[in-house]
Design a protein around this ligand. Structure first.
Ligand code: PMP
Length: 361
């Protein structure tokens, strides 16, 4: 049941208003957005409206800097393919991190969630905005706060906004600024996202056609893009209300958890209210997620993309979380279809599951 789904950082359900506006673009207005005939131009107009809606959600006037992609993973991979040397934060999503498993750049030092500046100048720095595992809002070190391509330590800056858009206030976009996002994190469809590149045109990423002004070839996913646009328009209007609701649910769950001994909140004060990371001593996060699933509640034992891996989270490792706490980590992520009652029940079920698993040891 949708109100018992607390894994909204992994993905959100598609808002029915989004589905409704997407539907005609499958079989009725099915034209190729690059065709010159009327069906093609109708599709093109819908894509351009979506582009404007996404720009508005980002608080930007010029939609021309938006290129639609298959999601934030592709947008991140694209920016990283543009140039080295690179500087990355230790908190990045695996689409930045794994791509660079063998990379020669620099990983920024951190103290808790505080990042230090880079040691050397780089052509590109990647520092995400809201961390997907803990919800932490990551501040840029002053050396990376550039408003001019010559003025700072990095030529361009990639900020992964995947967990931020439609949820929390966005950072100010400077020149040579890249941002990545995915529609399915704000009630749009999966497999569609965007790369925003302010005042710079990224080198062509996919070759083969003139789509997206020659920056990314391939026939456009018109229904998906339309869906992303509608989701963006809805998010622009409802973000504040949804955020207050998430704050409320978060407080409710955390209050209940004070009844559980030996637990730790990994999310800092300066966090998105949508994501809570918790560790419990003496239990396995995965087992806890399975117990909760049996009780009808969906949570995650980490980021969805890494929760099947047995490797400890690189994010929590960078934060210095000892292994006995790392093992017992879960992530709860709220969404607009949760209810106060379901959040209270979730916390209650969580308490029961922790107590049960601890007595089984
Ligand atoms: N960045 C962050 C911060 C994310 O949370 C995710 C999705 N978990 C991605 C990038 C990748 O998004 P997608 O899988 O939609 O490409």
């Amino acid at each position: 049941m949708i109100e018992r789904y607390f894994d909204n950082a992994a993905t959100t359900p598609v808002d029915p208003r989004v589905v409704e506006e997407m539907l005609p673009y499958f079989s009725e207005a099915f034209g190729n957005a690059n065709s010159i005939h009327e069906p093609g131009q109708r599709a093109r107009a819908a894509v351009e409206l979506a582009r404007e809606r996404v720009a508005e959600l980002l608080g930007e006037e010029d939609s021309g800097w938006i290129t639609f992609t298959s999601g934030a993973t592709e947008a991140n991979n694209w920016v990283l393919a543009l140039g080295t040397p690179l500087v990355v934060s230790p908190f990045e999503h695996s689409s930045v991190w794994v791509t660079n498993a063998n990379f020669k750049g620099e990983v920024l030092e951190n103290q808790g969630y505080m990042l230090q500046g880079p040691r050397a100048k780089a052509s590109c720095a990647a520092v995400m905005h809201v961390n997907n595992e803990t919800g932490a809002i990551i501040d840029l070190p002053p050396e990376l706060k550039v408003d001019d391509s010559d003025g700072g330590m990095a030529f361009s800056l990639l900020r992964d906004l995947t967990q931020s858009v439609g949820k929390v206030d966005l950072p100010r976009m400077e020149r040579s600024y890249f941002a990545s996002l995915s529609a399915h994190k704000f009630y749009g469809p999966k497999g569609v996202g965007a790369l925003y590149s302010k005042m710079c045109v990224p080198a062509t990423w996919m070759h083969g056609g003139e789509q997206e002004d020659g920056r990314r070839a391939g026939t456009l996913n018109v229904p998906g893009i339309v869906g992303m646009g509608v989701a963006a328009a809805i998010a622009s209007q409802e973000a504040d209300k949804n955020k207050r609701f998430a704050e409320n649910l978060r407080a409710l769950v955390l209050a209940e958890l004070t009844k559980i001994s030996d637990h730790k909140l990994n999310s800092p004060q300066n966090s998105s209210p949508y994501i809570v990371s918790l560790s419990f001593l003496g239990v396995e996060g995965e087992t806890l997620a399975v117990e909760l699933d049996r009780a009808g509640y969906s949570i995650s034992s980490g980021a969805a993309c890494s929760s099947r891996s047995t490797e400890p989270s690189h994010v929590l490792t960078a934060l210095g979380l000892p292994i006995e706490w790392l093992r017992g980590t879960i992530r709860i992520s709220f969404g607009k279809y949760n209810t106060e009652a379901s959040a209270a029940n979730l916390a209650n079920e969580l308490r029961k599951a922790v107590e049960k698993l601890r007595t089984m040891k």
